[in-house]
Design a protein around this ligand. Sequence first.
Ligand code: SF4
Length: 361
Amino acid sequence: MSTAAISEQSSRRPRLDPNAETILEVKDLQVQFPTADGVVSAVNGVSYELKLGETLAIVGESGSGKSVSSMAVMGLHDPKRTRMSGSILLDGQELVGASPQTFQKVRSNTVAMIFQDPQSSLHPFKKIGSQIAEAYLVHHKVSKSVAHKRAVEMLDRVGIPNPARRAKQYPHEFSGGMRQRAMIALGLVNDPRLLIADEPTTALDVTVQAQILDLLNDLQREFGSAIIMITHDLAVVAEVSDKVLVMYAGRGVEYGTTREVLADPRHPYTWGLLSSVPSLSAALDVPLNPVRGNPPSLLNLPKGCSFNPRCDYADRVPGDRCFTELPAFTEVPGEPGRLTRCHLAEPAEIFAAEVAPRLGK
Ligand code: SF4
């Protein structure tokens, strides 16, 4: 999908309901892993909130902290090997420092997660229908036949043809797209209020990917859940999300509605992400301009702004602030709820004059 198509797609999502109930509030979350080589700071102060019916896309390269921060919400980090601080308020319950029993309850009643590779969630030697029915039985005092009926209904709901027959098959008898649908059925069988989808379409071809994203949009409308979509793909962001958190080196660097962030981004890293997507409307002789270099080691982050070794705009900031002072994650003046982390004084003007023409905007 081109950058112009990405912007247009993002405007098709229904408007957010300002009165919807807040299901998740993450404040200044830090996740560190002490290792023999030093402390890996995987998440360095991430904040966001999510309401029922909303989808937040968390986007960034590998190692940006997007999966680690979401796994913290699920309680999937080993507490003996992880240092965590800040706050994760899920449905009013504080999860930082919560007991394994609390997380177990949360995973059962409130949150479900789907992964890139359905093989990792589906048991290879159990029939698909039995796996979904078992997950339902953990939380509902019903007979096995009622749970099986529910499993077949869920398979039908996620668009699997002949669901009664398919329920009796094993994961290896399903195609990749069908397995992903089965995993979504498994994730939604207990009506979670929050669904975390970690790169759910990365392994699929584009046609199946579009079908799965449409399915998630439809199911969200039907079930009213909140969704966190973890992705590196801006086309996925545009297709499914209401809000975006762009992460770099364990920190949020840009946050706002999908339309704001994709149409008028304010951070050089977001400009780089958009510039690495081909544009149908840009001139043919305009080359792609992806972010140069590689993300920094989380064992040894650069001083000042973590993005400074890869940033083409650091010399526009007076003094050497980009190399000595970590920018705060602050609200864009006049745009409540929209945040960026950059010392540039006039990012909107730079984007409009220098970056947007390259993107064909
Ligand atoms: Fe670039 Fe400086 Fe902004 Fe960091 S603070 S993104 S180095 S201009």
